[in-house]
Design a protein around this ligand. Structure first.
Ligand code: SAM
Length: 261
């Protein structure tokens, strides 16, 4: 029974397979104390999450879904936040670390990950369904063609597990792509051993020209400073691990501190 008209602009593909919803709800650690769901929609996942004995909130942007959720789940009253996750101040929601869960709106999934990364020290775990291709990219190890900026940024602070694939027919309306559920668990890295702003810049600069060698991409940041020989220069960015990028960032810092030719 569905009384919400799916809106493409909000990435609304409602899951109708209850087994998948239950499996997602079970993928969050048992010791989770607080949980935030992104995009409750018609509440198929929310229903399982409400049963858990934990501090729970869910945020939904769509007024029609909000009205439906209040009608269908009277218990949701003080747990449903009406608003945009991307504008939410994540520190205001719980007074303790919290996990994030959701069948994400695929059109803004990267922005959601970047926001989670901004609050990584308050978010020990995230379980989410996203486009399969994006899930693979995030979980991928260096060396693969799809390993990219998001993989490096996320893997710097989270261990990523690809949990399972979900067929498009599990949704109304079916999306054009397959979906997958992944789990992110915060690792023990508090700070990278390099300037983190320069790390981001270096990762972006190299992947934005992923067919070029590191040497060519670094020239863009280095300007007319000379780049000393190092083991990364003839490689391509997709072969570098997080710790390689940390090392490369430190090399970059030395170059930037050197005097222009
Ligand atoms: N959880 C439901 C399910 O599994 O069927 C809905 C999933 S649907 C893929 C994504 C949901 O996120 C939609 O209900 C959509 O309205 C909501 N949404 C989209 N953008 C949002 C945003 N910026 N903040 C909060 N919710 C958003």
């Amino acid at each position: 029974m569905m009384h919400v008209r799916p809106k493409k602009s909000l990435g609304q593909h409602f899951l109708h397979d209850r087994q998948v919803a239950e499996r997602i709800s079970q993928s969050i650690s048992d010791d989770t104390q607080a949980l935030l769901e992104i995009g409750a929609g018609t509440g198929i996942l929310t229903e399982f999450l409400l049963e858990k004995n934990i501090d729970f909130k869910t945020i939904e942007i769509d007024g029609e879904s909000i009205a439906f959720l209040h009608r269908t789940f009277p218990d949701i009253k003080n747990k449903l936040i009406e608003g945009d996750f991307l504008k939410l101040n994540l520190r205001d929601i719980f007074d303790k670390p919290f996990c994030v869960i959701g069948n994400l709106p695929y059109n803004i999934s990267s922005q959601i990950f970047f926001k989670v990364l901004d609050e990584k020290n308050h978010i020990p775990e995230m379980v989410c369904m996203i486009q399969k291709e994006v899930a693979e990219r995030i979980a991928e190890k260096p060396g693969s063609k799809t390993y990219g900026i998001l993989s490096v940024f996320i893997q710097a602070f989270y261990n990523v597990e690809y949990l399972f694939t979900v067929h498009e027919n599990a949704f109304t309306p079916p999306p054009k792509v397959k979906s997958a559920v992944i789990r992110l668990v915060r690792n023990s890295v508090r700070h990278l051993d390099c300037d983190e702003t320069l790390f981001k810049k270096t990762v972006k600069a190299t992947f934005n020209q992923r067919r070029k060698t590191i040497r060519n991409s670094l020239k863009l940041i280095a300007g007319d400073r000379s780049i000393p020989e190092n083991r990364f220069l003839s490689l391509r960015p997709e072969t570098l691990s997080v710790s390689d990028f940390v090392e490369l960032t430190n090399l970059m810092e030395n170059i930037l501190n050197s005097i222009s030719r």
